[in-house]
Design a protein around this ligand. Structure first.
Ligand code: HEM
Length: 430
């Protein structure tokens, strides 16, 4: 059984073979103490287990929910950092203690305010507040702007006969979109990228002091940056999401000041680290399957279904995690109260029990039930936006650049296990 070590040579290329091996032979796997600072995690590889845990209220996001009596205790054992939750929890105290934390906050302090790491009832309150901005209808109203941005981003590539599909297209598209939706200057996206990358690194499997230091610095800077913009919007509200969140905050104590800033940071980070990989991984898969690419080129009305298949085939977010709130029996093992459970979405999506012939890319596949956006109460808030961006990105690319082809033999993957995406994808046009 190959260890789950993304720093092994060729790990990213062999990823789905490694998953298959675990799924077939050790679907409920205890990875003990992968890092000195952690105490290990359960990894789940089968669709049925992953889907069940995501929907099961006995599995929660915050250790403070599991051990309220210990919340904030500095001696709390740190869980494995195989997931945003774990990383956030491992380096900072619990939410109750955070309300008293002085600002500027550390990354862990700030991230523990994220809706992503909260359990009901706080989760329910936060979700209600931001839901309106991401409904399919709200997102549709933004579609023509997304199309316009996609067209503008492609212009230099059409002129030059090529581009790095990641840096020049897949990355800036969702970043400009979320910046405009929030109402922060899209020209500052160079700064967002540095901040976002530093925070995303702290959310992945590897942890060291340098990663921690950079994430803390990024948190301080982005916190100050957004606080200043929030002050301006408060005086001068606009039609943007930040103004809507401020209004929610100022209508009584429904969103604390810290939650407001943290929410804005999460939306910016989520806009940076995920959809770029849907577009990048999706285009790589199509370039490697020319028949499928031609089909989508001929029949662009298949874009919505193609995006679902691409999310299944090579998920941008490969795993997430929960803590067991009580002892739970799973696959013949007892998962103890407080244990960290990593659900491997990327493996679940390739489970033949649910998706026959799972390693075949087929944009005409029926009955796609991928878990790319998670499941249960934390189901991705940005899913309607990400889907629309993905559809527009693929159709624009295939329409405007009919002769698109890869300009390298083997694209390289970014390090890490949680987010799966390419470092770059050089392509030629014409
Ligand atoms: C293809 C792109 C995306 C993918 C694959 C993705 C994936 C996910 C997944 C798997 C979760 C669930 C995590 C868990 O259960 O622990 C999640 C939650 C979330 N996503 Fe996304 N995401 C994407 C794009 C976005 C975008 C564009 C935004 C917003 C701008 C966003 C905002 C969020 C938020 C706020 C949550 C937390 C929801 C909650 O806790 O209730 N996501 N996402």
């Amino acid at each position: 059984m190959e260890p789950l070590n993304p720093w092994t040579e060729g790990f990213h290329e062999r990823l789905y073979d490694i998953y298959r091996d675990y799924r077939e032979n050790r679907p409920v796997h205890w990875e003990g103490e992968p890092l000195p600072s952690t105490r290990g995690s359960w990894y789940l590889f089968r669709y049925a287990d992953v889907s069940a845990v995501l929907k099961d209220s006995r599995f929660v996001k915050s250790l403070a929910t599991v051990f309220p009596e210990k919340a904030g205790a500095p001696t709390e054992p740190a869980p494995a950092a195989a997931d945003p939750t774990a990383a956030a929890e491992s380096t900072h105290p619990a939410p109750d203690a955070l309300a008293r934390a002085p600002r500027p906050v550390t990354f862990g302090d700030m991230a523990s305010q994220w809706i992503l790491f909260r359990d009901p009832p706080d989760h329910t309150r936060l979700r209600r507040l931001v839901n309106v901005a991401f409904t399919p209808r709200a997102v549709m109203s933004y579609s023509s702007r997304v199309e316009q941005i996609a067209g503008e981003l492609l212009r230099p590539a059409l002129r030059d006969g090529g581009m790095d599909l990641i840096a020049d297209f897949a990355f800036p598209l969702p970043v400009i979109v979320i910046a405009e939706m929030l109402g922060v200057p899209a020209e500052d996206r160079g700064k967002f990228r540095v901040w976002s990358n530093a925070m995303a690194a702290a959310l992945d499997t590897e942890w060291n002091e340098e990663i921690d230091r950079r994430a803390a610095q990024a948190t301080g800077e982005i916190w100050e940056y957004l606080t200043r913009i929030i002050e301006k919007r408060r005086e001068n509200p606009g039609a943007d999401l930040l103004s809507a969140l401020i209004a929610a905050r100022d209508q009584g104590d429904r969103l604390s000041e810290d939650e407001l800033v943290a929410m804005a940071i999460l939306l910016l980070v989520a806009g940076h680290e995920t959809t770029v990989n849907l577009i990048g991984n999706g285009m790589l898969a199509l370039l490697q399957h020319p028949g499928q690419m031609e089909l989508l080129q001929r029949e662009p009305q298949r874009a919505a279904q193609a995006v679902e298949e691409l999310l299944r085939y090579d998920a941008p977010v490969q795993m997430t995690s929960r803590f067991a709130a009580v002892d739970v029996e799973l696959g013949g093992h007892v998962i103890r109260k407080g244990d960290n459970v990593v659900v491997v979405i990327g493996s679940a999506n390739r489970d033949p029990e649910v998706h026959p012939d799972p390693d075949r890319l087929d944009i005409t596949r029926q009955a796609i039930h991928h878990l790319g956006f998670g499941g249960g109460i934390h189901y991705c808030l940005g899913a309607p936006l990400a889907r629309r961006e993905g559809q527009i990105a693929l159709t624009t690319l295939l329409k405007e650049t009919p002769t698109l082809r890869m300009a390298c033999d083997k694209p390289s993957w970014r390090p890490g296990m949680v987010f799966r995406g390419l470092q770059n994808l050089p392509v030629e046009i014409g």
